[in-house]
Design a protein around this ligand. Structure first.
Ligand code: PEP
Ligand code: MN
Length: 348
């Protein structure tokens, strides 16, 4: 935990006093970077859209007072120009911006044009679980010469029910880590959860998974916040969370060498896991081969491939079994749907 990067601050900069008070308290709680949105993307018109350029002066003042850098969101070329003009060197691209390659490229061009080299740029995942958009945005910013690029996982809109405001869909950041292993990965549990009460548990999960840091919303007085009121911690809650993470997560485990190199127990378990996967995938292949035979039968007897009644029964049976065995029914449903889709493909 001690090397994990902690970025924290209010959703939005609202007044000079709110910024300076929050910044002081958040730096004292142990954050490395102070965040505050100056331009707020709102889904519908009429909400608080941020103070704009005057707030950049408050962020510059917060940097002076606390000694930690300030970060803000940029969504246009002009935002980048103004933030850099006011000495802000840590910028983030929000989820809605990462979704739009035109905007990302304009931001990259402005960064290149500035000739500033020591910028830190954080790139939130796009609104939908699209790995290529996220990776593409990271690549565009890197091509502008930025070496300190971070990926921020803030969850996705999937259209499916979720206990969170934005569903984690962990497979997407895991795939990003495989494709871009040198890009540090941070979790934003605040925009993921949408609820301050869920932020500590998500933060713990991120640290256990080996994430490189956290971006957490905290406000000197969350009840008075003009945006994202329900998900912001108080600076005291932030301090407690950071110290509990320090106590519960071994501070050096993220940098330790792959334990399988020296731990034979782990190697033995991994060997068993690999053998189980061999069996699992062989069975999957066998299942597809049977499926093909069923497909031949259906063709010969002029039956449609999709047999929804039979599929509904099969799903029900496996979901009941999953519940009895404490497997997550949603996950099992996704696996079943993928197997069924592949089966239908074998019957085409
Ligand atoms: C934010 O960080 O305040 C924000 C608007 O985040 P996101 O782009 O993740 O919604
Ligand atoms: Mn917010």
């Amino acid at each position: 935990m001690s090397e994990a990067l902690v970025i924290s601050g209010p959703c939005a900069a609202e007044s000079r006093e709110q910024v300076l008070t929050s910044a002081r308290q958040i730096a004292e709680a142990g954050a490395d970077i102070f965040r505050a949105g100056v331009w707020k993307p709102r889904t519908e018109p009429g909400g608080f859209e941020g103070v704009g350029e005057p707030a950049l002066e408050w962020l510059a003042e917060a940097q002076e007072i606390t000694g930690i850098p300030a970060a803000t969101e940029v969504a246009t070329r002009e935002h980048v120009r103004l933030a850099l003009k006011h000495g802000i060197r840590v910028l983030w691209l929000g989820a809605r911006t990462t979704t739009n390659p035109f905007l990302v490229q304009q931001i990259a061009d402005e960064i290149l044009h500035s000739s500033l080299t020591h910028l830190q740029i954080l790139i939130k995942n796009p609104v939908s679980p699209d790995l290529r958009l996220w990776k593409g945005a990271i690549e565009r910013i890197r091509q502008a010469g930025v070496t300190q690029v971070y990926a921020v996982h803030r969850g996705f809109q999937t259209g499916q029910p979720s206990p969170y405001r934005n569903a984690p869909v962990w497979s997407v950041p895991f795939a990003l880590k495989l494709e871009l292993p040198d890009v540090p990965l941070l979790l934003d549990p605040s925009h993921m959860a949408g609820d301050a009460a869920l932020v500590p548990e998500l933060s713990r999960q991120a640290m256990r998974l080996g994430y490189d840091g956290l971006m957490i919303e905290a406000h000197c007085c969350p009840a008075e916040a003009q945006s994202d009121r329900d998900q912001q911690l108080t600076p005291a809650e932030l301090g407690e969370l950071l110290s509990s993470l320090r106590d519960s997560v071994n501070p050096s485990f993220r940098n330790s060498v792959d334990p399988s190199v020296r731990n034979s127990d782990l190697s033995a378990l991994r060997a068993r896991l690999d053998e189980t996967d061999d069996t699992l995938f062989l069975l999957l292949l066998q299942r597809m081969q049977i499926s093909r035979q069923i497909g031949d039968y259906k063709r010969a007897h002029n039956l449609p491939i999709l047999q929804e009644k039979r599929y509904a029964e099969l799903v029900q049976k496996r979901l009941d079994w999953a519940r009895q065995n404490r497997l997550d029914p949603d996950t099992i449903r996704r696996i079943l749907d993928a197997i069924h889709e592949e089966s239908c493909r074998w019957q085409l």
